[in-house]
Design a protein around this ligand. Structure first.
Ligand code: PLP
Length: 454
C-alpha cells in the first residue's frame, strides 16, 4: 500500500476499457462437460444451436484464456463503462475499522445492475447471426430490463416471460421493460404449450422461475428467427462479466493496491465470477493468497449446504445437466427478498472453484443483510439492491474482524446493483415484518433425491 491519498472514486478512461474478457475455463482443468438431458452424453455444439448463436456456443466451450471483446460491444459498453471503483471512506469511519474497503459499482446503467454487461454481447452475437427476437424469463426483473435495453440497441424485439407474482407485485419493473420496447407476458401465459398446460390444470397458478424458463425456451425453439437468452449461470455469461474484475484490478493497480479479500453475492454466480475470476487467475497462476468469498442467503444455501452433483438447470429438464452445487432442481425457495439469489444451482465454474478449495462461501440471514444495507446507504449514500447487500454484510463482517485484530486488510466487494425498485423489501425490514428463514435440513435430503442418476 502506498501512502499517497486515494480519492473517493477511482476512474479509468474510455481508452483503458479492457480489450478482452478472461475465460477461467483455461485455468480450471477439472471441469466436467455438460450432459445432454435426454441422452446424458456430453453436450456437443449442435445440441444448443436451436436456441443459441454459434458464437456464444463457442464461448461456452472455449478453453482460450482471453477472448476479444468485439469493437461494436466495446463502443456500447463505453456509454456506462468503465464503472467507478469507490473507496468506502465513510463506511470505514462508521465501522471504525483499520480495513481499507473498496467497492465496484455496477448499478450505474439503465438496467440498474451488472446484467447489462452480458445482455449487450448476447444481443450483439444474436444480431450478427441474423436473429430478430430474443426470448427470456425474469423473476425479480433486473435481467428482463437489461435484455430489453440491449435488444433495442440492435433493433431487435424482446419477449420476456415474467413470473406472474412478480409482475403483479412489481408493476414498475414491467413498465420499465415495456418502455424499452419489450413485450412482457406474465408467466404462465397462453403463448406457449408449457404455459397453457399449467393454466388448464390451475388457472390461478402464480408462476415460478422454472416455468418461465420453460416458456422462453419453448418460444425460442419453435421460432426460426428467435433465440433464447440467459442472464446468469452459463460460462459465456460469467465470461462477459469478467469485465468487472478486469477493470477493478486495473483501478487498484493505479493506487498501488491489491485486495486481501474479494467478496460478491452469489445467485447463479455471474457478478461473483465477474469480479472474482481475474483475481482467481492471479491466485492460480501467480500464487497470490487472496481470500475470495461467495455470499448466499441462508434461505438458499447452495454452496454451503448443497451437494456437488450433476443436476438439471430447470424444472422441465430442457437445459443441459450440469455438474454443480445444487439443492435439487425442484427446490422451492422460501420467501426471501433477494429475488436474484433464489436459484437452486450455481454456475459450473464457481462450483468447480469452490469444490477445489480455491474460493470460500458464507451464508447470511436477511435481517443482518438489511442492517448492513442501511449502514451502507447512510454512509456511502447508494441504496443497495438486497442481493448486493449480501456482499456488503460479509465485507462489513471482515472489516470488523480487522478492527479486533488491528490488521489493515484491503477488502474489495462487488456492489452489483442499486435497490431503488426494491422498496417493498425495505418497507418490510423497516416495519419489522422481515423474518429470518433458514432452509431446513429435512428439505435438503428431499432435494437430493431428485438428482438424476449419472
Ligand atoms: C441478478 C442479480 C444478482 C444475482 O445474480 P448473479 O448471477 O449471481 O450475479 C445479484 N445482484 C443483482 C443486483 C442482480 O440483479
Amino acid at each position: 500500500m502506498s501512502t499517497k491519498h486515494v480519492p473517493y472514486r477511482i476512474y479509468l478512461s474510455e481508452k483503458e476499457l479492457p480489450e478482452s474478457w478472461y475465460n477461467i475455463r483455461a485455468d480450471l482443468p477439472n471441469l466436467s462437460p455438460y450432459l445432454n438431458p435426454a441422452t446424458k452424453a456430453p453436450v456437443v455444439p449442435g445440441d444448443m444451436k436451436a436456441i443459441f448463436p454459434m458464437a456464444l456456443i463457442e464461448q461456452e466451450m472455449s478453453n482460450e484464456r482471453y477472448i476479444e471483446i468485439p469493437e461494436e460491444v466495446r463502443e456500447l459498453y463505453r456509454s456506462f463503462r468503465p464503472s467507478p471503483l469507490c473507496r468506502a471512506y465513510n463506511l470505514e469511519k462508521l465501522l471504525d475499522t483499520p480495513a481499507r474497503i473498496y467497492y465496484k459499482y455496477e448499478g450505474n446503467n439503465p438496467s440498474g445492475s451488472h446484467k447489462l454487461n452480458t445482455a449487450i454481447p448476447q444481443a450483439y452475437y444474436n444480431y450478427k447471426a441474423g436473429i430478430k427476437r430474443l426470448a427470456t424469463e425474469t423473476g425479480a426483473g433486473q435481467w428482463g430490463t437489461a435484455l430489453a435495453v440491449a435488444t433495442q440497441m440492435f433493433g431487435m424485439a424482446c419477449t420476456v416471460y415474467m413470473v406472474k407474482v412478480s409482475a403483479m407485485q412489481k408493476p414498475y419493473r414491467k413498465l420499465i421493460m415495456e418502455t424499452y420496447g419489450a413485450d412482457v407476458h406474465p408467466s404462465p401465459s397462453t403463448y406457449t404449450k408449457a404455459g397453457r398446460d399449467i393454466l388448464e390444470k390451475d388457472p390461478d397458478y402464480m408462476g415460478s422461475l422454472g416455468l418461465a424458463i420453460s416458456e422462453a425456451v419453448e418460444d425460442a425453439a419453435s421460432h426460426e428467427d428467435t433465440n433464447y437468452s440467459l442472464g446468469s449461470v452459463l460460462n459465456h455469461v460469467l465470461l462477459h462479466q469478467t469485465i468487472i474484475g478486469l477493470e477493478a484490478r486495473k483501478q487498484l493497480e493505479k493506487i498501488d493496491e491489491y485486495p486481501d479479500i474479494v467478496v460478491a453475492c452469489c445467485g447463479g454466480g455471474s457478478n461473483f465470477g465477474g469480479i472474482a475470476f481475474p483475481f482467481l487467475h492471479d491466485k492460480i497462476r501467480d500464487g497470490k493468497k487472496t481470500d475470495i468469498l461467495a455470499v448466499e442467503p441462508a434461505a438458499c444455501p447452495t454452496l454451503t449446504k448443497g451437494r456437488f452433483a450433476f443436476d438439471y438447470g430447470d424444472v422441465a429438464h430442457f437445459t443441459p445437466i450440469i455438474e454443480m452445487y445444487t439443492l435439487g432442481h425442484n427446490f422451492m425457495p422460501p420467501g426471501i427478498h433477494a429475488g436474484g439469489l433464489r436459484y437452486h444451482g450455481d454456475s459450473a465454474l464457481v462450483s468447480r472453484a469452490y469444490h477445489d478449495g480455491l474460493i470460500g462461501a458464507r451464508s447470511v440471514h436477511q435481517t443482518d443483510v438489511f442492517e448492513a444495507a442501511i449502514q451502507f446507504a447512510k454512509s456511502e449514500l447508494i441504496l443497495p439492491a438486497p442481493e448486493s447487500a449480501h456482499a456488503i454484510r460479509t465485507a462489513i463482517d471482515e472489516a470488523l474482524k480487522c478492527k479486533e485484530t488491528g490488521e489493515s486488510k484491503c477488502i474489495l466487494f462487488c456492489l452489483s446493483g442499486h435497490g431503488n425498485f426494491d422498496m417493498t423489501a425495505y418497507d418490510e425490514y423497516l416495519s419489522g415484518k422481515l423474518v429470518d428463514v433458514e432452509y431446513p435440513d429435512s428439505m435438503l435430503e428431499k432435494g437430493f433425491e431428485t438428482l438424476p442418476i449419472i
